[in-house]
Design a protein around this ligand. Structure first.
Ligand SMILES: [Zn+2]
Length: 485
């Protein structure tokens, strides 16, 4: 028996200023390639080791992953799809296929790239070979994906600390289905709600724990809670719950509907509170905690497709001359290059950020001291290394410490700062270009976290996002999206 595994991971922000081209993807071309695209190689290895443990042969195809940005250029999606299909054809005949996917990827003319890819794989392997896939919980689960795959399994945790576990589960189900031990039956229900819903604490943590407990029942193979990609403007966007049972479609549909309604009932209690910028600045000025107050720059999170060079918080900090504050990682390869040329210890006038359109704000001109420059900076990415490229730590006379990076990336690891020598322990505050994923690494070193409302790309007024194509019958746009029934 042979299992084929490949991966294509990208998340599309329909409102981003730039498309995602082929050059944005990192490619791993087989098991001996050391490239680790977006830290996803461990998910591929997780699948391979489950198959090997079951006594199966494994054929590893390409793994491609890119930072979230705008819709894929059609030619880029076509080329990546062709790479996967070519690898699959070379591996055939296979007894099962596992794909590492995101679920929120669109191209300039395809709303549902994952559905399209699953259909292409299905047409190659035929109806009887099980196809399973792992998905990010910020996915758009579509009817076509459900139709073309035997089992789809989303991460349960946000921050995404269960990526490898999810991929391994997709492998286990593919193997069990191919060996005739289970007959996966999927059914989904729409929650008709959207938001940004962390799972670390509170009612959603309890809900996820209960879902995990349900999965210990012998007839329930998997339960997924997809939050949806809030900035994906596609007809089938939104939060969904789906259940996979062993050959019991009625039970799957009933449980999915029940859990979707339960999640809807939690909607007011699981969202993130967003703090207006003036209030965030006042909180920072008054902060007297032992550890830094963290201001998460949600609207400029590259993890959601923002550019990471917005200056709304930088401007506010510079105007108020609040000292002992760190900010990073601000994506500005040009500013980094000027720091490299000036050298450590040099003072220079630097124009920072604000280069990528209206959502980035205006550039900020500051006189800075180059404290440190590193040619190949990187940060921890849940155990993998995420490349930040040439990076600089600069400081203003007022004690504002800015980390400039040249590979666009959300803040994940505390070493984004500490790796340049900027210890965050002595700081009053810290601005991170991230929403949620930084929390795992930063937890021991930080005080309270507030999510700041700025005018960037990732708007937090979910009721007013200017969707053109998405189904608009969702909370909070509609108070009761179930009212019509
Ligand atoms: Zn996600």
């Amino acid at each position: 028996m042979k299992l084929f595994v490949a991966g294509l991971v990208a998340e599309t922000n329909s409102f981003a200023c730039c498309p995602t081209g082929f050059g944005a993807f990192e490619l791993r071309l087989g098991p001996h390639d050391p490239t680790d695209p977006m830290g996803m190689a461990s998910a591929m290895q997780g699948v391979a080791s489950r198959a090997q443990a079951a006594g199966w042969d494994v054929a590893e195809g390409v793994l491609a992953a890119a930072q979230p940005l705008g819709p894929l250029v059609d030619a880029a999606y076509a080329a990546l799809k062709a790479l996967i299909l070519k690898d699959l054809e070379a591996a055939m005949p296979v007894s099962a296929v596992v794909l590492i996917l995101h679920g929120g990827m669109t191209s300039q003319s395809i709303d549902d790239c994952e559905g399209d890819l699953l259909a292409a794989v299905r047409s190659l392997v035929g109806p009887s070979v099980p196809i399973t896939a792992s998905l990010d919980l910020h996915c758009h689960l579509t009817a076509r994906m459900l139709q073309q795959a035997d089992a789809l399994i989303a991460y349960k945790d946000y921050p995404h600390t269960d990526i490898v576990e999810t991929a391994a589960r997709a492998a286990d189900l593919a193997i069990a289905a191919a060996e005739g031990k289970v007959r996966p039956r999927m059914a989904a229900a729409d929650c008709r709600a959207m938001g940004l819903w962390p799972t670390l604490t509170g009612p959603l943590r309890a809900f996820v724990d209960r879902v995990r407990a349900l999965e210990r029942q012998p007839d329930i193979l998997s339960v997924s809670v997809g939050h949806g990609m809030a900035y994906g403007d596609v007809p089938e966007a939104g939060a969904k719950v789906w259940v996979i049972t062993d050959d019991n479609p009625v039970q799957a549909a009933r449980l999915a509907q029940q859990l979707a309604l339960e999640l809807f009932d939690l909607r007011e209690r699981i969202g993130t509170r967003f703090t207006p910028l003036p209030e965030a600045m006042a909180r920072l000025e008054a902060w007297r905690g032992d550890k830094p107050l963290v201001l998460a720059d949600v609207a400029d999170n590259p993890g959601g497709g923002a550019m990471g060079d917005s200056t709304f918080l930088l401007r506010a900090l510079a105007d108020r001359s609040i000292g002992a504050v760190g900010l990073g990682g601000l994506w500005d390869p040009g500013a980094v290059q000027l720091c490299r040329e000036a050298g450590e210890g040099a003072k220079l006038h630097l124009r920072i950020g604000g280069k990528c359109g209206v959502a980035s704000g205006d550039p900020v001109d500051l006189c800075v001291l180059v404290r440190r420059f590193i040619e190949d900076h990187s940060q921890d990415d849940f155990g993998a290394r995420a490349d930040l490229g040439p990076s600089a730590w600069v400081e203003t006379d007022a004690g504002l410490h800015i980390v400039l990076i040249s590979k666009r990336q959300q803040v994940l690891g505390v070493d984004l700062f500490a790796g340049l020598g900027l210890e965050i322990a002595g700081l009053r505050g810290l601005v991170v270009k991230s929403m949620q994923h930084f929390r795992t690494s930063f937890a021991p070193f930080i005080g309270e976290v507030i999510h700041v409302e700025t005018p960037g790309l990732l708007r937090t007024d979910f009721e007013a996002i200017p969707f053109q194509r998405r189904d608009l019958n969702y909370w909070p746009r509609v108070e009761d999206p179930y009212a019509a029934e």
